[in-house]
Design a protein around this ligand. Structure first.
Ligand SMILES: [Zn+2]
Length: 90
């Protein structure tokens, strides 16, 4: 459409890049997410995008401090993985 060549290699591990890969399958992202989950005392292994969205919607439901913290940490982690990826590319 725009005739732009796009490199589909993951900047961290050189696998084929996709949404699921960047955020939940790449060794870089899973290391970040696993450390965050340990910090939050959540014994949960990161899975696909859809599974993680379902998980955070279930665990982050409500207005309690821990629910808000889980939602905030999830959003911040995803955002920062995206920032690090973009900083490495651009
Ligand atoms: Zn990767």
């Amino acid at each position: 459409m725009w005739n732009i060549a796009v490199d589909d290699q993951c900047i961290f591990c050189h696998s084929r890049e996709s949404r699921d890969h960047v955020f939940f399958e790449c060794s870089f992202s899973t290391t970040v997410l696993k450390k965050l989950l340990v910090y939050l005392k959540e014994y949960h292994a990161p899975q696909s995008w859809c599974m993680e969205v379902e998980w955070i919607m279930a665990k982050g439901m409500g207005k309690s401090f821990s629910s808000r913290l889980r939602r905030l940490c999830f959003i911040v982690a995803i955002y920062h993985i995206w920032l690090v990826r973009n900083a490495a590319i651009f």
